[in-house]
Design a binder for this molecule. Structure first.
Ligand code: NOJ
Length: 751
């Protein structure tokens, strides 16, 4: 009997130990590595290469099943039907030799069904919670159909609005993009990858894609290593720190090396320096595109270069399955390299819990457009809208406004307002401004709806005339213009950033009526809108705001919400100023505004009279709106800015405190921004760099003491010796409401 009790006690203790092991991530990781090795030891070379192969759904389920049975597919993208996904997983789990689940992928960029504002709009919120909540909503909806991997976030720094894909990222700034991108990774992946609602993130496009020459998509880039490290790599490193499970290579060749064949970025930086343990997928056929680049001779050469450079999975170009058997036989690719890639892929499949249960409940579509998801989308849209102008406080509209004319092609364009990369969001769920305003104001305000133009590129004198007629009968004109969703995003670069079609004429004609014109712009990029800003009494810039854009804008227009968005990217006055960004170097001849412009230049002027400064004779050097800019219905005052010390050592932390006061009539949120300038370096440094920001909500008259802490280590940059160091010396510091305002303070870093 005693022996029996002792035996039971042992069992109990053992179960406690194993419970502890289950809940301990380190033990889980060890267990996963063991399982990977067991599996790998059973795999043929062909089965290994199958894991490295991603196909886009063939549509025909039988064809895919045949390949899955033979172990020739590791991942499928563009499959969204839970019944079909379950069927495919069933083949993998029951009919393939090694029972390895399929990883189902999709571009869930800013929402699956419920569409959040485009990422550039999310960046305008300067609110990582918006980005995290939005990605969570997307993950919950996408995972409900069996998608467990998204190709997002895009954390490419983009400083040229001609590039259509500027819409998909967080704009021009490495710090803002790092914070927002990391938040998106957390939102997609949730607390633990193996939760059924978690989807693996895939920061992309590694790296430099946003620097496409001339803003023309897919174009070559020339980013020297120092700039790569100081500007383009930090958001990717932040994504690794946030736990991103996978990475995608970019299409561009940088300084002659296509990313898909670039072992420096994939092996040295990503794996050795940053310790990344996930896997790397190519972009769509970017392995075979190395042939077009003139970097690989043929598909075999492309496969060899991609795998040896550190790519683990190939998206849709099939050179790995076709060419690697021979390459391994010939010794040109080591089987150990293949094993490493397969380990990386299997590790993510294990971590996602797919081996335990790859199936989904086929009837879980109740999560789509759930009220809480729509709330998150509305909140994101509210915070994303930037008030660029508000003359005579025309906004918010008040009770004296009895009749409004609603005009413009974006007023009731449910598909267009969702923006780029929307495959699954259903436009019948979109709430447009027209519908939302009707609901909000009921019969208290008379609405005359006359779109004038039916789509953004349309030209129509008749339409414009009708809209003008409507405006004449209104107290205020609300004009909704911008870009159809197809005008931004992949492959949709533009050489002209003015409003398309007759939209500019429409605004000019409306302004001529003398009625106050409130212009709302829904677009995928900053447009050159100087003329329209001049002609309008108020301007709200809403990047494509998604499913709930209408209610968000209606609330903002009537003051149920107060604008707080800030430009995540500099707005140029004209396309010829691009690329234009706030964190530029000073040059030896910085412009200061005293330069002569074309109109002021005397006829027959002598050669030295034009200022000899870095500016455009016809467009100066100032942007239309600087980075970080955005007004509110209320006003804010920064005062009493104090630094914890004027002289700091490299291990110290700088404290910055200041008072922020709401000096206006409405409760509102200001995005307080902290910028720093390293005055003299072993290499030239940007005139300002964003280092911290905070959203602060204050009631009218409320004053709050706000603080930032900034470890001096965060002033480090890649210096002349290509080391990341803090160089001692003088620094400027600004606490302000945008990148151009604020009074300069100073501090020193000493050895
Ligand atoms: C090409 C795009 O560049 C990339 O961002 C996307 O994820 C893939 N296609 C898959 O659709």
């Amino acid at each position: 009997m005693k022996v029996y009790k002792f035996f039971l006690l042992c069992l109990f203790l053992l179960s406690l130990i194993s419970c502890a092991q289950v809940s301990n991530p380190k033990n889980d990781a060890v267990a996963i590595e063991q399982k990977i090795e067991v599996l790998l030891s059973k795999m043929t070379l062909e089965e290994k290469l199958g894991q490295m192969n991603q196909i886009s759904s063939y549509g025909n389920i039988e064809d895919m099943s045949r390949l899955i049975k033979k172990g020739e597919i590791g991942s499928i993208l563009n499959e969204v039907d839970p019944v079909r996904i379950n069927a495919l997983q069933h083949v993998a789990m029951e009919e393939s030799r090694l029972r390895i689940p399929i990883l189902i992928a999709r571009d869930v960029i800013h929402g699956f069904k419920t569409i959040l504002p485009i990422p550039l709009g999310q960046a305008a919120t300067f609110d990582p919670k918006v980005a995290e909540d939005g990605a969570r909503v997307a993950a919950i909806e996408a995972s409900a159909v069996g998608i467990r991997w998204t190709f997002a976030p895009m954390v490419d720094i983009a400083r040229d609005p001609r590039w259509g894909r500027i819409a998909e990222g967080c704009g021009e700034d490495p710090y803002l993009t790092s914070v927002m991108g990391a938040a998106m990774v957390r939102g997609f992946q949730g607390d633990s990858l193996n939760s059924p609602t978690s989807i693996a993130a895939c920061p992309k496009h590694f790296v430099g894609y946003g620097a496409a020459e001339g803003g023309r998509d897919y174009n070559s880039t020339f980013i020297p290593e120092r700039r790569l490290r100081n500007v383009y790599l930090p958001p990717f490193e932040a994504a690794v720190k946030a736990g991103a499970a996978t990475f995608m290579t970019s299409f561009n060749d940088n300084d002659g090396v296509p990313s898909t064949g670039n072992s420096f970025i994939l092996r040295e930086v990503l794996r050795k320096e940053w310790g990344f343990k996930g896997f790397v997928v190519t972009d769509w056929a970017s392995a075979t595109e190395m042939i077009n680049h003139g970097f690989a001779a043929d598909p075999k050469d492309a496969a060899m270069k991609a795998v040896n450079a550190g790519v683990d999975m190939e998206m849709v170009s099939y050179t790995f399955v076709k060419e690697l058997p021979d390459l391994v036989k010939e010794g040109k690719v080591k089987e150990s390299t293949i094993d490493e890639a397969v380990r990386d892929i299997l590790r993510i499949k294990f971590r996602l819990g797919l081996f335990d249960d790859p199936y989904v409940d086929e009837k879980k579509d109740t999560v789509m457009y759930a009220p809480s998801h729509l709330d998150a989308a509305k909140q994101a849209a509210i915070e994303s809208v930037i008030l660029l102008k508000n003359d005579k406080e025309v906004l918010p509209l008040n009770a004296s406004v009895k009749t409004v004319a609603i005009v413009g092609p974006m007023a009731d364009a449910p598909y267009e307002q969702m923006g780029t990369w929307v495959f699954d969001g259903d436009k019948t769920h979109t709430e447009t401004p027209l519908k939302a305003i009707q609901e909000l104001v009921g019969n208290k305000v008379r609405i005359i709806y006359e779109p004038g133009l039916t789509y953004s590129r349309e030209k129509s004198e008749v339409g414009v005339a009708k809209a003008v007629e409507a405006a004449r009968h209104a107290d205020v004109v609300l004009v909704f213009v911008g870009e159809e969703s197809i005008l931004s995003g992949e492959a949709h670069s533009l050489a002209d950033l003015n409003l398309q079609g007759d939209q500019g004429t429409l605004i000019t004609s409306l302004a001529k009526t003398g009625k106050p014109v409130v212009t709302v712009i829904m677009a995928g990029r900053p447009l050159t809108i100087g003329k329209e800003v001049n002609e309008s009494a108020a301007v709200l810039y809403s990047f494509h705001p998604g499913t709930m854009g209408g209610p968000a804008l209606a609330d903002l227009l009537w003051g149920k919400a107060v604008p707080s968005g800030k430009t995540p990217v500099t707005f140029p006055t004209t396309v010829g100023q691009t690329p234009l960004y706030y964190a530029h170097n000073n040059t030896g001849r910085p412009a200061d505004g005293t330069e002569l412009l074309l109109s002021e230049t005397p006829v027959g002027a002598g050669q030295t009279s034009l200022g000899c400064r870095s500016y455009y004779l016809d467009a100066g050097f100032k942007p239309l709106f600087p980075f970080g800019y955005g007004l509110s219905y209320t006003t804010f005052k920064f005062s009493n800015i104090k630094l914890s010390a004027n002289s700091l050592k490299k291990n110290d932390t700088l404290g910055v405190t200041f008072d922020l006061e709401n000096t206006g009539k409405y409760e509102g949120t200001e995005v307080a921004q902290l910028y720093v300038q390293d005055k003299v370096g072993s290499v030239t440094r940007p005139v300002k760099e964003l280092k911290r920001f905070a959203r602060v909500t204050l009631k009218p008259g409320e004053k709050r003491n706000v603080s930032f802490t900034l470890p001096v280590s965060e002033l480090a940059f890649w210096n002349i010796d290509m080391n990341k160091v803090v160089e001692p010396g003088d620094f400027g510091l600004w606490v302000s409401s945008d990148s151009r305002s604020g009074k300069e303070m100073s501090f020193k870093v000493v050895d």
